[in-house]
Write a protein that binds this ligand. Structure first.
Ligand SMILES: Nc1ncnc2c1ncn2[C@@H]1O[C@H](COP(=O)(O)OP(=O)(O)OP(=O)(O)O)[C@@H](O)[C@H]1O
Ligand SMILES: [Mg+2]
Length: 701
């Protein structure tokens, strides 16, 4: 793998830069905090995502960048024969992360996690191994030297990936524990509480269940035979019962017919009786009718009499009215005459009182000698009027006598009228009675005719009481026989039902026991397979135990093998770097570094600070070399972050020279440093510059 280019947008201190990675040794030069390490952090972030960043994702976007600006890294690299372009970005307020990967210009995958896992698979290492192998971090070298030996050993083993053997051994141990527990649990499943093997118990139970089933089947057969016999009996008895039923029904029908005849016969008798009775009644009514007709003759003149009476009454009434009129006239005349007498007497008395000096009532002259004449006149007049009254009174009396007489005649006529009215009522009553009688006679004659018609229909009906009684007795007998046969049939039927219920019950028991047998068979098979499984698990356990031993030995072997190789690689670097002063670096079992001085190994503390740093660098580079070799030397670049530490100028030059000689192993070596003179010793320089607005840029040289 070699790096081609890196395009950063709003990534930490960088707003927008494009870095093209050259081959050979490249110095990445800049002041503290300028953003040098950030460049390679961006490489790791593009490849592995958030896990490879120094901080959480919310701190990656450039401070001061707008929320709308995306934070984006585009990394182009070559792996094998292919060109890869990985793009990863964070956008928006919610820091939505996305990624994509293109191979030779075609899109291969998208999605933050998908891209990360694709890279991990493709490069054959996770981000931790990536850092360990090709990224010697600036704090790492110091750590190597200041660590206690108990810490250094696991760190170096971890860097070399040998710790993965530890985790494999731990996994095998946990597998052994788990499988041992499973075997224990399974072994509990194949024995009962008394320690007896369950398959023996199940086999015994199976034998017993099979024997029980045989007995049940025998019982079922016996009951089925009984049912067969009872069914035959039932069918014979049923046939008999049907015969008895037929006889009974026939007799019953005969009885019904006779009963019908009996009813008709009784009806016939009743009709004959009724006809006689009605005829008698008709006769009686006809007699009555004759009597009524005789009586009616008595009223033959009644109508004429009523007409005559009416005429007489009208005449009488007229006469009476005229007489009343005349009497009234007489009375009026009498009244007028009396009034005249009174007036005459008053005038006479007045003149008599005044004497001859009285004035004439007509001419108003004094009467004198006319006085006596006038008195005489008055007296004559009064007498005449009195005579008139007498005549009137005589007439009036005469009229009143006649009136009384005619009034009496009227009373007689009224009485007669009342009598004739009573007669008329009697006549009408008689007529009504006659009409009703006639109607009744007519109805009764119709009734006689109808009854005679009805009678005619059944006139030939005969009824034999003796025959009827004999059938009555017979029906009693046939009914008893029929009932008896029903009872017998029912008894057999009940017996049959009981047998069927029993056969069903035993059938249920049979099913139950068949089920038990099936379950036992399943259990026996289960026990067998469980035993086989335990055997298999035991074999597996054996293998795992062997594997564990093997892995432990392998780990010891690897560790023992890798230490001399590591010492060799480190020595190969250390010798030229110290201009041959020290030729050998050695690591003991605890990975403590020893440096040989004149063929004598001394612990690292014996040497100067610069020599100590150099020895650590050589060990670190040796670790990288081993890992790179393990990965098939596919990684052709290495990043060394601030490795010069306390080295003097000659050492620095030596280190760079040694690194240049590394170009066979690494096509790209990136040296991150704040020491500007380094530029004089490297093929390429990239300056990382912090500008006044806190934004960093780069400059190639
Ligand atoms: N999101 C961010 N926006 C702006 N600046 C940031 C952001 N995150 C980190 N920084 C700054 O980036 C700088 C760290 O950069 P880096 O570690 O790359 O520096 P360096 O050049 O490697 O320094 P040294 O030589 O000390 O190792 C720090 O000053 C830090 O405050
Ligand atoms: Mg740094």
């Amino acid at each position: 793998m070699i790096l081609k280019s890196l395009h950063l947008k709003n990534f930490r201190k960088f707003q927008n830069i494009l870095l093209e990675f050259p081959d050979g040794v490249t110095g990445i030069i800049g002041l503290n905090g300028a953003g040098k390490s950030t460049l390679f952090e961006a490489v790791a972030w593009a490849l592995y995502g958030p896990v490879a960043a120094r901080t959480s994702s919310d701190q990656i976007r450039r401070e001061g960048a707008d929320i709308k600006d995306c934070c984006k890294v585009e990394l182009e690299f070559i792996f094998g024969d292919d060109n890869y372009k990985v793009t990863r970005e964070i956008t928006g307020k919610n820091l939505t992360s996305s990624a994509s990967i293109m191979v030779n210009g075609s899109l291969l995958a998208t999605g933050s996690e998908i891209v990360s896992s694709y890279i991990q698979k493709k490069l054959g290492m996770d981000y931790k191994s990536f850092y360990t192998s090709i990224f010697a971090k600036q704090k790492e070298l110091n750590a190597l030297s200041t660590m206690k030996s108990s810490e250094r050993r696991p760190l170096i083993l971890r860097m070399l990936g040998i710790n993965s053997l530890d985790s494999i051994i731990t996994d095998i141990r946990s597998d052994i524990k788990q499988i041992s527990q499973t075997i224990e649990q399974n072994e509990v499943e194949i024995i009962d509480n008394n320690g007896i093997s369950k398959d023996i118990i199940f086999n015994k139970q199976l034998k017993k269940a099979q024997d029980d089933k045989k007995t049940i089947l025998k019982d079922i057969n016996e009951i089925k035979n009984s049912i067969k016999n009872e069914k035959q009996t039932y069918s014979t008895l049923k046939h008999q019962m049907d015969e008895h039923k037929k006889i009974y029904e026939k007799t019953q029908k005969h009885k019904d017919e006779i009963l019908e005849k009996k009813a008709l016969y009784e009806k016939k008798q009743q009709l004959e009786k009724n006809i006689i009775h009605i005829k008698t009644k008709v006769k009686e009514r006809e007699d009555s009718l004759q009597i009524y007709n005789q009586k009616l003759k008595l009223f033959s003149k009644l109508n004429q009499e009523i007409i005559d009476l009416k005429k007489n009454k009208d005449t009488n009434k007229k006469i009476l009215q005229e007489m009343v009129k005349k009497i009234e006239e007489c009375k009026n005349k009498e009244k007028f005459a009396e009034k005249d007498i009174k007036n005459l007497s008053l005038r006479k008395n007045k003149i008599e009182t005044l004497g001859p000096q009285a004035k004439c009532p007509t001419c108003e002259r004094i009467l004198n000698d006319q006085f006596e004449t006038l008195l005489k006149f008055y007296n004559q007049e009064i007498n005449q009027k009195q005579n008139e009254i007498k005549i009137i009174q005589k007439n009036k009396n005469e009229l009143e006598k006649q009136f009384d007489k005619i009034s009496k005649q009227k009373n007689a006529l009224d009485k007669k009228q009342s009598y004739l009215h009573t007669q008329l009522i009697q006549k009408e009553k008689l007529l009504t009675q006659i009409s009703e009688l006639k109607k009744e006679i007519e109805n009764e004659q119709i009734s006689i005719l109808n009854k005679q018609k009805d009678l005619q229909k059944i006139i030939d009906v005969k009824f034999d009481e003796k025959q009827y009684q004999s059938i009555k007795n017979n029906i009693q007998k046939t009914y008893s026989t029929y009932q008896l046969s029903i009872k017998t049939v029912n008894e057999v039927q009940k017996k049959l039902e009981k047998l069927k219920i029993r056969v069903e019950k035993i059938g249920g028991e049979k099913n139950l026991i068949t089920q038990q047998i099936q379950q036992l068979k399943i259990k026996i098979v289960e026990q067998k397979s469980l035993k086989e499984k335990i055997e298999k698990q035991k074999r597996h356990l054996q293998n795992l135990k062997m594997l564990k031993e093997l892995m432990i030995s392998f780990r010891i072997h690897i560790i023992s093998q890798i230490r001399p190789v590591l010492s060799l690689y480190a020595s190969n670097l250390f010798e030229p770097l110290t201009d041959g002063k020290y030729s050998l670096v050695e690591l003991d079992e605890n990975y403590n570094i020893f440096i040989y001085d004149n063929a004598t190994p001394y612990p690292i503390e014996r040497f100067s600070g610069g020599e100590e740093d150099l020895a650590n660098l050589c060990v670190r580079l040796a670790i990288s070399e081993i890992i790179t070799q393990q990965a098939g030397s596919l990684f052709q670049f290495i990043i060394l972050d601030e490795i010069f530490g306390s080295q003097d100028d000659i050492r620095k030059q030596n280190i760079i020279r040694a690194l240049n000689s590394f170009s066979l192993k690494y096509r790209q070596i990136f040296l991150i440093t704040h020491i500007e003179e380094i530029k004089n010793f490297t093929e390429n320089s990239v300056y990382v510059l912090e500008e006044e607005n806190d934004i960093s840029t780069i400059k190639m040289n």
